[in-house]
Write a protein that binds this ligand. Structure first.
Ligand code: C5P
Length: 398
């Protein structure tokens, strides 16, 4: 699977914080995603985690000492800095932040920070007092003004036993920042894309609703793929079983009506609207204020149509819809494409168990407004997401 990280060269700087062991997780995730990870450690970092561990995880040399005659990096000591697509320091101590702000280059890591032209991301981790100290804050402000990207530390229990801001940010946040930086050169860079996902819930009374089994996986995969290709993404999500992905604006909604309002707001200035959400077609005419008692043997609910969000969305943006079909897939999807005035429709066969609701794979046919019909094999939802975006690119004005 191609991601923003595939074949990218990343310098991962590690400094002497108790959170240094978390660098192993970051190195592992980056390596698994196909990046070449060159770890650079400060002397203090090597007291917390062994260079051998990071070397084993990345399968690449780990730089520690500027003057190590055995190191392949010593002779051309700025080669690491030059080869980097991005430099990430996680965790970054107060000392590293201070030295970077002052332009000091007294070890391999600070030297790399000074010599690189690549974007630099710092994820600070330290005691709360050290973090809040005005010197550290001034240094961070200086670095931010120079274009450094700071992934703010989290609030929580610190190694000192105190509770406050200073814990290394969540690894997902750090990964999201790296992906976002690398995606800036992607083929959707500068485009604004709105994606809907999940299944709406239409309340019957305070404790019951009409829903559907949408997991949100297809919509989330599209939002993540678009983010990784450089788009500015807004994900409007009805209830789904997934965590909000980093690196995008996330608008949670429950009902079809709420989704319509969110879409109307988000599509202003957008280049595309991709409606992957399973929107309820009907909602109860009225919502009971109190829990409905089960005294009666039968209960009739009066339902009314929800607005067709996609058909009613008007603007200059491209429109992509989904059609979950169980028969005459292509013919029915073509009808929807026309009726809702779409640019692309993604038709899927919901009778296939490996396709559609809940699973990680999907088998779809892409149909566009020019009448081109492209059946795809069974793919992961992420692969399907990239295929949809490839097609979208064809219709996006350059
Ligand atoms: O007409 P049908 O519900 O099959 O169309 C599916 C497409 O329309 C999906 O992209 C879905 O997100 C969207 N839709 C909508 N508003 C509705 C129902 C469906 O935007 N009320």
């Amino acid at each position: 699977m191609e991601t923003a990280l595939t074949n990218k060269t990343i310098v991962l700087g590690v400094t002497g914080s108790i959170a240094a062991y978390k660098a192993a997780d970051i190195a592992s995730r980056l390596t698994k995603a196909g990046a070449k990870v060159n770890v650079v450690m400060t002397e203090a970092a090597t007291r917390f985690i062994s260079p051998l561990a990071l070397r084993s995880i990345t399968g690449r040399a780990v730089a520690t000492d500027m003057f190590d005659l055995e190191s392949q990096y010593t002779i051309e000591h700025i080669s690491l800095a030059e080869a980097a697509d991005v430099v990430v320091v996680a965790p970054a101590t107060a000392s590293l932040i201070a030295r970077a702000a002052a332009g000091i280059s007294d070890d391999m890591l600070t030297l790399t920070l000074l010599a690189t032209k690549a974007p630099i991301i710092l994820a600070p981790a330290m005691n709360v007092n050290m973090f809040e100290n005005s010197v550290t804050q001034e240094n961070l402000a200086k670095l931010k003004a120079r274009g450094f990207i700071i992934v703010d530390p989290a609030h929580g229990r610190l190694a000192s036993g105190r509770v406050g801001k200073g814990r290394l940010a969540d690894i997902d946040q750090i990964m999201g920042a790296i992906q976002q930086v690398l995606a800036k050169s992607g083929d959707l860079a500068g485009k604004k894309i709105v994606v809907t996902a999940g299944g709406t819930r239409e309340p019957i009374d305070p404790v019951r609703h009409i829903g559907n089994p949408s997991s949100g996986k297809m919509g989330y995969a599209i939002a993540q793929a678009a983010r990784d290709r450089g788009a500015k993404v807004t994900l409007i999500t009805a209830p789904a079983s997934l965590l909000p992905p980093p690196g995008m604006a996330v608008m949670p909604v429950k009902t079809a009506l709420e989704m319509k309002q969110a879409v109307t707001k988000a599509v202003k200035g957008a280049d595309a609207l991709i409606m992957a959400a399973a929107v309820a077609d009907y909602q109860p005419k009225s919502v009971a204020r109190a829990k409905i008692k089960k005294d009666a043997l039968a209960l009739t609910l009066e339902l009314v149509r929800t607005p067709d969000i996609l058909a009613e969305a008007k603007g200059k943006f491209l429109k992509v819809g989904f059609a979950a079909e169980s028969e005459d897939i292509v013919a029915n999807a073509k009808k929807k494409l026309k009726n809702k005035q779409l640019d692309i429709i993604v038709a899927n066969d919901i009778t296939d168990k490996k396709s559609g609701f809940g699973v990680d794979t999907n088998k779809v046919t892409l149909i566009d407004k020019k009448g081109k019909v492209e059946p795809l094999p069974l793919l992961s939802k992420r692969e399907v997401a990239d295929k949809i975006l490839d097609k979208l690119l064809v219709f996006l004005p350059h």
